[in-house]
Design a protein around this ligand. Structure first.
Ligand SMILES: Nc1ncnc2c1ncn2[C@@H]1O[C@H](COP(=O)(O)OP(=O)(O)OP(=O)(O)O)[C@@H](O)[C@H]1O
Ligand SMILES: O=C(O)[C@@H](O)C(=O)CO
Length: 418
């Protein structure tokens, strides 16, 4: 294994795995801390953790365990994958984990950049934009777990970090790889353990990747990995051939627990032409609706791309949370989807689309999968995934990713060349 990634959530892990596979590395996505060595053919390994919104010391401990495993697999370079909207609180976890990894690897002047231009996330003068809005006016300032109230990433990261944080401005980035490398070295010499790097377009990220061919650590969104595969292919270390993904045909299901804007629109589009079940959340909480009911609905509509969703608009979600408690509702719904997915796969479903990071984490953990191979991209940031051991394909969609027709498209891409 050449390149190792530690990702702070499951859909984010799938996002960066997509970037590396598209770049030509044979990529495996490890779902949780791996229990055994990677396959010898793997060139890039992504370890998916659920460390974004847990206490910082726990996130550090988990990430250092993932680092040990990746180093034992022979990785020469590590990426710490965070969210493209920099989801974190003043306590962390981006700064604490990034600094701990840098300490363990002896890295300084570590580039930190969440930019992902294909999904509208850009960084200029150290400030993060989502489309044409500053992060703090994008809706992220109301995020339930990680409200992003400050778009100045240098300031936000410095609050979470022990050591000074620098900035490599776009003026330098647009001058190319050599200028970026010099700026990161200067940051390291000035005692800056981490430096925010501006990036507005893909070319900026590719130049950053070229500048970081020998860097032990990079921290960022999936965009930061865009230029890295080429370094390994150019030097002859990686073959540039694709991963072991094989498409899968067969019974299918779509499970959506994400209440994000993009998911709500995808549901609206899908329900027009496909059988769909809107989960009555009150009925779930009162145990009048169970996983077996959801699985039965899917079975009745096999072959017609059935969708089961709990997703609801913000007002409805807030009312439910007020009545029953945020944690209680989320916990019950995550468990509902996890148990439903297990029943579906036991009952023969071989293509499963899941919308939402928490929901995906719950589903994948319930399925007991160790690792999946990364296949073709469905939409920016979301690849088709397939188990190497059994006929099972997955798509794990981050809440805000994907075009309006994502669900039907995902099922088609998963079956490609099956
Ligand atoms: N109708 C609902 N009311 C309240 N909570 C809900 C409802 N439907 C789903 N949830 C919960 O909301 C959470 C949605 O989080 P999830 O991470 O799955 O989606 P997301 O936030 O859109 O995605 P991402 O984290 O990838 O951006 C889950 O824990 C889910 O159980
Ligand atoms: O970077 C992103 O926005 C996603 O990969 C993600 O992390 C979603 O949780």
């Amino acid at each position: 294994m050449l390149l190792g990634v530690i990702a702070d959530d499951f859909t984010g892990a799938s996002d960066v795995a997509n970037t590396l596979a598209r770049g030509g590395l044979a990529t495996m996505l490890h779902l949780g801390l791996p229990r055994r060595d990677a396959d010898a053919a793997t060139e890039a390994g992504v370890v998916a953790l659920k460390s974004r919104s847990i206490p910082a010391d726990e996130a550090v401990a988990l990430s250092l365990q993932a680092l040990d495993w990746l180093k034992a697999q022979g990785c020469r370079q590590i990426v710490f994958k965070i969210c493209s909207t920099f989801d974190s609180t003043p306590e962390g976890n981006v700064g604490p984990v990034s600094e701990a990894l840098a300490g363990a690897l002896g890295a300084a002047g570590v580039p930190v950049c969440p930019a992902f231009p294909a999904t509208g996330r850009t960084v200029y003068q150290g400030h993060l934009f989502v489309g044409d809005r500053l992060l703090s006016e994008s809706g992220m300032e109301r995020h339930p777990l990680n409200p992003m109230t400050d778009p100045d990433l240098r300031r936000w990261l410095a609050r979470q970090s022990r050591e000074p944080v620098g900035l490599v401005p776009w003026r330098v980035v647009r001058s190319g790889a050599a200028a970026i490398r010099d700026a990161l070295q200067a940051a390291a010499a000035a005692g800056e353990r981490q430096a925010i790097v501006d990036a507005i377009v893909d070319e900026d990220l590719i130049a950053l990747g070229a500048a970081c061919a020998d860097a032990p650590l990079l921290t960022g969104g999936s965009g930061i990995a865009q230029g890295l595969p080429a370094n390994f292919i150019r030097s002859g270390l990686a073959s540039g051939s694709a991963s072991a993904f094989r498409g899968v045909a067969g019974p299918e299901a779509i499970l959506a627990g994400s209440c994000s804007k993009a998911t709500l629109e995808q549901i609206l589009v899908h329900v027009r032409e496909h059988p769909s079940l809107a989960v009555d959340v009150e009925a779930v909480l009162e145990e009048r609706l169970a996983p077996a009911d959801l699985a039965a609905f899917v079975r009745e509509h096999e072959g017609q791309a059935p969708l089961v969703f709990s997703s609801a608009p913000p007002g409805q979600v807030a009312a439910l949370q007020e009545r029953h408690g945020r944690e209680a509702v989320a916990h019950r719904l995550d468990a509902l989807f996890a148990d439903t997915a297990r029943l579906l796969v036991e009952g023969g479903v071989t293509r499963l689309v899941v919308a939402g990071g928490e929901t995906s984490g719950a589903v994948v953990s319930a399925l007991g999968l160790d690792a999946v191979a990364v296949g073709p991209e469905i939409d920016p940031g979301v690849p088709a995934l397939a188990s190497p051991d059994r006929p099972l394909a997955l798509a794990l969609k981050s809440g805000n990713f994907g075009a309006p027709d994502f669900f039907a498209k995902a099922l088609a891409v998963m079956a490609r060349d099956a």
